[in-house]
Design a protein around this ligand. Sequence first.
Ligand code: ZN
Length: 506
Amino acid sequence: MDVQQAYTRLLEHLGEIDDLQRAAAVLSWDRQTNMPPRGSATRSRQAATLGRIAHERFTSEETGRLLAAVEEWAAGLPYDSDEASLVRVTKRRYALQSSLSPKLVETLSIAGAQGFDAWLEARATRSFRPFRDAFARLVELRKEEADALAEACGAACRYDALLQRHEPGMTVAQLDRLFGRLKEVLVPLVRRIAERQELVSDAILHQRYDESRQWELTLEALRLIGFDFTSGRQDRSVHPFTTGFGPGDTRLTTRIFADHLGGGLFASLHEGGHGLYDQGVPARFARTPLYGGTSGGVHESQSRLWENVVGRSREFWSFFLPKARALFPEQLRGVTVEVMYRAVNRSTPSLIRVDADEVTYNLHIMVRYELERDLLDGDLPVDDLPEAWNRKMEAYLGVTPPDDLHGLLQDIHWSRGGFAGFPGYTLGNVISLQLYERACQDRPDIPESIRRGDTSPLLEWMRTHVHAHGAKFTPEELLQRATGRGLDPEPYLNYITRKFSELYEL
Ligand code: ZN
């Protein structure tokens, strides 16, 4: 077999694996949007079968053999060529996934399911205790998994190893620096905002808003930001999410609250940002590991960009308020752009991450990141976790949970021992501003065009500098190419400080 034949065979092999994974994604989307409750058991079996076959094929000797056959040829091609990138990215994933024994994968999956059940029980009692043993077991298994991964990818610590699946190339050393800098600025800022709560009201958002009209409003917002409905659709689900089945089929979901205008609208803008990324990845990457985003954090930068940087700006509301008022003339009578701008930017220290605003959000992530790191690589015993959680919440946000339900039991992530995924949310916030700042330097007309309801200059910039690359690069490589420097929290900190000092007259 010559190199070209091997490469063609590799593409076919990866294409079939991708087909299996996308089919599983359709099943998962359907489960969360349409499936009747009694379909659950059958669906779980089907999803597990597809997942297992895809995993077996990807970690098979065939993959290793084909990669070996093209490796030398690909290394001689330009770094950013499609072929070299495909081989590089596939090799990295293959090394990670095939480093885990099928036994460990299976044990983890069972422990995860047990963890989830114990987590539900613990939530019902609002206490960590019923979850304690299952969680301790998950921590031990994740350590074992991380040790295996670390050997495969040469990571310096367990957290680094787990992080590679979410943020390729990123390290604890980098995250420690990032969170250290965020802490310096955000902790005192949150304190000062907390003392001046009366200055900003979001009361206008908390009225009765007809659900079908809210649905119309979310579609209007998605059209405004450029989401292509001939290649995607929006549905409702309990937890909003985005998934894609390949070129021409991107699925978003949102949720609507009858007594709150912001919930549905901002969920749609957020998922719409993920959806724009999905729709912007070139179709030529379809059925390969390059068809996707750079990393969880870079994906989140696109959702946060449209949700927060655009959706909570004066420019956006200058254009969008008349649209909202046309649907809700009574609720929004006499409401000015300024009143709306203030309402959608209210900041308050709270206990629950998913309800957190732009300023406090990263502090919620910092709590989780530091605890995960200390559980995996440090000396934090599982039994000290509830107290450690509460201490950090008090130190960073100035609030203490009344029980574990409002504390460490709030996120589903830990129920299955899902570690190292949380930093992606903060990376998303930070990267969204680093990209936006650079986009505005290249295209100074971006804010004004948003004010006129034209978001295409911003979208075009993101298409060229982010979406067009699919999963070719690591987050650091992408940032270097797009902005000329590596991860930098200063654009985000400048933006937050400027915006909220003005709102809260600090
Ligand atoms: Zn997201």
